[in-house]
Every structure is written in C-alpha cells, then in structure tokens.
Design a binder for this molecule. Structure first.
Ligand SMILES: CC(C)(COP(=O)(O)OP(=O)(O)OC[C@H]1O[C@@H](n2cnc3c(N)ncnc32)[C@H](O)[C@@H]1OP(=O)(O)O)[C@@H](O)C(=O)NCCC(=O)NCCS
Length: 160
C-alpha cells in the first residue's frame, strides 16, 4: 500500500475536489480515527450547508484527507485539516492546505487564522512551513483528557 501511495501522491492531477453530502460518512469515519475529540456528523453537514469551503482528497477512490475553511469579510479561518494516518508525511496535508488557501484567496480573503494544539508538532510545523505565524494563545480552547487544553492561534497574511 505504501508503494502505491508514494507513486500516487506524486501524480499532480490528484487534486482536492469539493466535499459533497455523500462524502460525509467517509469523512466522519476518518475524523473519528484521527481525533480524540472528533467533530460530529452534524458539524460537517452544517459546514456544507452554510457554504464553507470543504474539500476532500481521494486516491483510487479512497478518501485520504479533507479540509474545511470559512471565509468572509476579508478573513478566513481554517477549521479542519486531516490526512489518513497511513498517508501522512507525503505532502498531502500541504496540498490540501494550499488548495484551501487558493480558494479563499480568490474569494477575497487577505488574512487566515487557525487554532492548533501546541502538542500537535506535525501540524504546527506544517503551518509554520506555510508562513503561518503564532500570534497568541486561547486559554482552555480545546477539550482534553481530564480538562481543557490551550490553543496556539496562528495567522497568515495572504497579501505578501
Ligand atoms: C497535520 C496533518 C494534516 C499533516 O498532514 P501530512 O499530509 O502528514 O503533512 P505533509 O506531508 O503535507 O507535511 C508538510 C510539512 O508539515 C510538517 N510535518 C507534517 N507532519 C509532520 C510530523 N509528523 N513531524 C514533523 N513535521 C511534520 C513538515 O514540515 C512537512 O514538510 P516536509 O515534508 O517538507 O518535511 C496530519 O498529520 C493529520 O491529519 N493529523 C491529524 C489531524 C490533525 O491534527 N490536524 C490538524 C488540526 S490543527
């Protein structure tokens, strides 16, 4: 499987496509496998309903990742980004994020914000490598085992 992924991940035409209602069951299954405190089905359906940019990435008809970003009044907010565990570290998270940033940039967003758990070093490095900078901390933002966990707030200016 890994050999197929390496080959497939390098093919430029594997691009994210818009998420649809029919993707939600597979997206939810991946969400539940990836997060200790996953989003619910209702949250994904609400994101689609209100018109957030939601996209999925598939390889050989298998859902390998997805992302969700909201945009309005010149600002965007990255709400979710996830890659199937066995497909990580092959550039797919970056590809999804680049795609989402392109979409919101074309819709007029000039600034993008996101929150991330400080312990999620892989995600933090991905965001730093894509020119996001830490601008603050939200205290007790996340659910965590036995309490709450702070979030790093990161920002990227899309105009530079
Ligand atoms: C965060 C996540 C989306 C990254 O996806 P990915 O496909 O593995 O990321 P990429 O392969 O595109 O990595 C891009 C860059 O991110 C950094 N990075 C990603 N994963 C990393 C890891 N485990 N350790 C260190 N750096 C990492 C590297 O800088 C990498 O660049 P490089 O390959 O040139 O070194 C993925 O790990 C994931 O789905 N995690 C679970 C869900 C999650 O935590 N989402 C983020 C919520 S804020």
């Amino acid at each position: 499987m890994v050999a197929v992924v390496r080959e497939a991940a390098g093919i430029p035409q594997i691009l994210p496509r818009p998420m649809t209602e029919s993707d939600v069951p597979a997206v939810l299954a991946l969400e539940m496998s990836a997060y200790a405190f996953p989003w619910t089905e209702g949250i994904f359906r609400d994101c689609l309903r209100v018109g957030y940019y939601c996209c999925v990435l598939e390889i050989d008809y298998l859902l390998v990742g997805y992302g969700v970003i909201s945009s309005g009044a010149g600002e965007a907010h990255l709400l979710n980004l996830c890659v199937r565990e066995e497909f990580r570290c092959r550039g797919l998270g970056r590809r999804l994020l680049e795609h989402l940033l392109d979409l919101v940039s074309h819709s007029g967003a000039r600034i993008v914000f996101l929150e991330v758990r400080p312990a999620n070093t892989g995600a933090v490095r991905l965001y730093e490598s894509m020119y996001f900078q830490q601008i603050g901390m939200r205290r007790g933002y996340y659910q965590a085992e036995g309490g709450r966990e702070d979030a790093l707030v990161m920002r990227r200016d899309l105009t530079v």
